[in-house]
Design a protein around this ligand. Structure first.
Ligand SMILES: Cc1cc2nc3c(=O)[nH]c(=O)nc-3n(C[C@H](O)[C@H](O)[C@H](O)COP(=O)(O)OP(=O)(O)OC[C@H]3O[C@@H](n4cnc5c(N)ncnc54)[C@H](O)[C@@H]3O)c2cc1C
Length: 497
């Protein structure tokens, strides 16, 4: 189907019949949904402002069924959108009207935990937290911990190169995955990476991780497990100014300390979560920092002393150090529940995800405060400060189209400010459809062509999650009508690529 021509309802129904009949020959009927009331739960991911019913949703139960589904779609020229738990925040798993959703949720076996090699091999639908739960009897765990870890799948984590509170010290998904099995759009099974310390040839594993379901469908993942630290302790530090808080973050890293977690929440965020979880946050503070140390008791004691000194030197007005595991979890509970707390104080929120160099955290927060006035919308900030990974949550009412329009423009301006400060459009949530236009601001035409060439090398037919992640030249030209001034991209002084 040609996306630019509106197909009639009859044409869509006929196409649906054709696709469903073909899929029925390769998966059992209980693995196939096509009535609107059955496919409705799949019409969006965590970016619920964008919705679309697909032609069908297929839930294969084996890797071989995944291969057959892809071969069938390839033969019939049907676009395929892979999906894990649908917690993505950039619309990566949003369906296409003329395509199917390929849910990997039923592939959820823990294939093997190897305590000697310290690895876990799991199917893509296994939840992030379930890996650590399975490894716990061996004193091991999987370190990358997105706040959504109770629900999100390892397949989605690989596709988004997900991060989390502890990724500052232990690395992102890309640093903790050893090997991936995946199926191409043509149905070919391919293995990336290896169980050995290194593998020959180009590092295509790193290319696949973060490719947002556009290169191949992940069917098995081997991750690195690490020993659980003996102890962990967290410092909660208050600041009377967000810029001072941002500077303290930069100072901790500059002092040669790599905390296990270094997170920041501004005043609107602490107020929202305190009502929700009663974590004991300082409600007078303009910002609070949560700085965690883990390791042996001696390492932790030493690091806590050093971090406390840096925080005091940078103007912390109050410092509390967790005295028990219960108290440590209590301090974190607000941070972990910040998104649900936003949902309680506003009918809708739009979560942005950009990065800036740590020294720019304070100035960016000041810019965001100005933008709140400009757009007449509130914003709360709760983010991975150690990584400079910002998560402004713009609060709005989705029933008011003008508020949604302003929220979108506000979000775009924040991301473009991140780029202007020398950062990036996305830290960990991916580009999806949410940031596809802003890609035209960060990357020039030649860079985007290079990305598209890599996409074509994996998926020459362009049927795997099309229209996500990488904008075409035409799309950028359209966006450029608004953004390009005298042929210059914004911030031409910034080095690109
Ligand atoms: C409350 C909340 C908190 C969050 N906190 C964090 C956080 O701290 N850090 C973070 O990084 N993210 C966070 N996220 C975002 C989200 O949880 C992650 O992006 C997560 O990795 C998505 O996993 P999923 O299984 O839900 O994937 P989905 O949303 O289903 O899909 C995400 C992308 O991956 C692709 N995909 C899914 N499975 C496969 C597969 N098997 N093969 C190929 N492609 C696939 C999809 O096509 C899509 O492009 C948060 C989301 C929420 C709602």
């Amino acid at each position: 189907m040609n996306a630019s021509v509106e197909p009639s309802l009859e044409a869509i129904a006929a196409r649906q019949r054709e696709v469903v009949q073909a899929l029925m020959t390769v998966v059992p009927t209980h693995c196939l949904l096509y009535r609107a009331e059955d496919t409705a739960p799949y019409e969006c991911d965590g970016l619920a402002a964008y919705r679309q019913l697909p032609l069908a949703v297929v839930l294969p139960e084996t890797e071989s069924q995944v291969q057959h589904v892809l071969q069938t779609c390839y033969r019939l020229n049907v676009p395929v959108v892979p999906r894990g738990a649908g917690t993505g925040l950039s619309g990566g798993a949003m369906p296409l009207r003329d395509g199917i959703v390929l849910s990997l949720a039923r592939l959820k076996k823990i294939v093997n935990i190897d305590p000697y090699a310290r690895t876990a091999t799991v199917q893509p639908g296994v939840r992030n937290l379930a890996i650590s739960e399975a490894a716990a009897p061996y004193g091991l765990y999987y370190a990358p911990d997105p706040s959504s870890q109770i629900a999100c799948t390892i397949g989605g984590n690989v596709a988004e190169n997900s991060g989390g509170v502890h990724c500052l010290k232990y690395g992102l998904t890309v640093h903790n995955v050893l090997r991936v099995r995946a199926v191409t759009m043509e149905g070919e099974l391919v293995e990336f990476g290896s169980l050995g310390p290194d593998c020959a040839g180009l590092d295509l594993l790193a290319v696949l991780i973060g490719s947002e379901g556009m290169f191949a469908v992940v069917t098995e993942v081997t991750v690195r497990l690490i020993p659980k630290p003996q102890v962990a302790q967290v410092i909660m530090a208050s600041f009377d100014d967000v810029v001072k808080g941002g500077d303290a973050v930069a100072a901790i890293i500059a002092a040669g300390i790599v905390p296990a977690g270094l997170e920041m929440m501004d005043k609107p965020a602490t107020h929202a979560v305190e009502e929700f979880v009663q974590a004991g946050y300082d409600l007078d503070a303009q910002a609070i920092l949560l700085c965690e140390s883990d390791g042996t008791p001696e390492e932790v004691a030493d690091e806590i002393v050093r971090m406390t000194a840096v925080l005091r030197a940078h103007g912390a007005t109050r410092i509390q150090i967790s005295r028990s595991e219960t108290e440590r979890l209590k301090f974190w509970s607000g941070r972990k529940n910040a998104f649900p707390a936003a949902g309680r104080i506003s009918p809708d929120y739009y979560c942005m995800d950009g990065t800036v160099p740590r020294r720019a955290i304070g100035p960016l927060l000041a810019r965001i405060a100005e933008m709140e006035n400009q757009y007449g919308l509130r914003c709360m900030n709760v983010f991975h400060a150690g990584d400079g990974n910002m998560h402004p949550l713009i609060l709005f009412n989705g029933n008011d189209p003008d508020e949604w329009r302003r929220a979108e423009a506000f979000g775009t301006q924040i991301l473009e400010a991140c780029v202007a400060f020398g950062g990036t459009l996305t830290g960990e949530h991916g580009v999806g459809i949410a940031k596809i236009d802003s890609m035209c601001v960060q990357f020039c035409a030649q860079e985007r062509d290079a990305f598209l060439a890599v996409k074509r090398a994996f998926d020459p037919s362009g049927l795997l999650n099309p229209g996500k992640g990488i904008p075409t030249r035409a799309r950028c030209a359209e966006y450029g009508r608004m953004r390009v001034h005298r042929g210059l991209l914004p911030h031409p002084e910034l080095p690109r690529f």
